[in-house]
Write a protein that binds this ligand. Sequence first.
Ligand code: MV4
Length: 448
Amino acid sequence: MFDKILIANRGEIALRVIRACREMGIKSVAVHSTADADAMHVRMADEAVCIGPPAGTDSYLRIPNIIAACEVTGAQAIHPGYGFLSENAAFVQAVQDHGITFIGPTAEDIRTMGDKITAKDTMKKLGVPCVPGSDGGVPDYETAQKVCEEIGYPVIIKATAGGGGRGMKLAESAADLETAFRTARSEGKSNFGNDEVYIEKYLGKPRHIEVQVFGDGKGNAVHLGERDCSLQRRHQKVFEEAPGPSISQELRDQIGKTCADAVANINYAGAGTIEFLYEDGEFFFIEMNTRLQVEHPVTESIYGVDLVREQIRVAAGLPMSFTQDDLEINGHSIEVRINAERLPNFAPCPGKVTQFHAPGGLGVRMDSALYEGYSIPPYYDSLIGKLIVHGRNRDEALARLHRALGELIIDGVETTLPLFDALLAEPDIQSGDYTIHWLEKWLETNLQ
Ligand code: MV4
């Protein structure tokens, strides 16, 4: 096992990894920008190294600085957290070239899944159900017309280098196709330096269901069920839950096995998320994320496992500490993301936190790097905390979320907290009846 791990990240996810390290008897190294000298991850780690000025591009994204921090501290492995360099194949390669272990999948798997056409092609061949659409890339408008005649309208044109909602164009009918196709291509070119696009049948009222998978890198893999992350605003998740309110145990076993078998087949190492659109009882693969996700705690809560611990074990060449048969769902978990943003426009609202009190009690977990007197810097993502609750069933989790929200105090900055009690009062949220469009519609009528 490693004796020292460097965490190439900041905020709550850096704390999350430091905590796992400490429980495993592994020393932790924080890296930080000059703007983060007073950040909680710097205080909580065993050691800290400054890696550059405030901008992410000059610090948390600077590959040579992170590798240098590893070399001066003697850290043997790097945990990337989420965001920043977590899905950067060139980073993984550079880390390995320096004899350091990357805690995550191979550069090759990251590259395969980062290109959405290759990802879809790979998953299709592995037996994962995909959205009907073009067979790979669509080189020109004439081909696009043929594809769309076959699959029928509406269609969505996606940049292969996009993902997470970036670089997509909807065509409701043949009349929209030429503009949508050419715009998707040119946006792909200008935003990602890649004009390759593919086409899918547009699904009108799906849920976003994602399956947590975990592989040991040696051909063994398990699934840890699904999360429903349909409640999003501008492709940012706001409220996530596990298990999905619309998924039966039979369906979970079936899609879960398909996903676990697929990643076992490619000798996938570590945590991964296979994203689906779920409509009328059917799953359609859209993307795979090759990292630990923000919302991983809802899965941890219902399965009682520490996913970061497992990531570290597998990276060190050890087996996972459980098999599929050991994994059983216990109750229900919900996470809400708390951002330093001013409603109704969600404008970032950095500044000094004058009061902070985290909720507690049975079934409550608060992952946050806040402390009283901390100044939230303006340079990074506005996520400042995640409140995760667990109950014996969904109703208990909802009641517990309401109770915990009542205890949580964050003063000095505006946050998205006022959203959540309002959401909890909605019958559709109480019953779990929502699609990917529910939240944006609700915000239109309830906030503006
Ligand atoms: C789609 C879709 C409908 N049909 N693909 C958005 C983010 C990216 N991960 C894929 N996305 C979508 N792909 C087909 N064929 C609708 C979306 C979509 C969406 C997906 C998940 C969660 C929220 C969303 C909000 C708008 C659109």
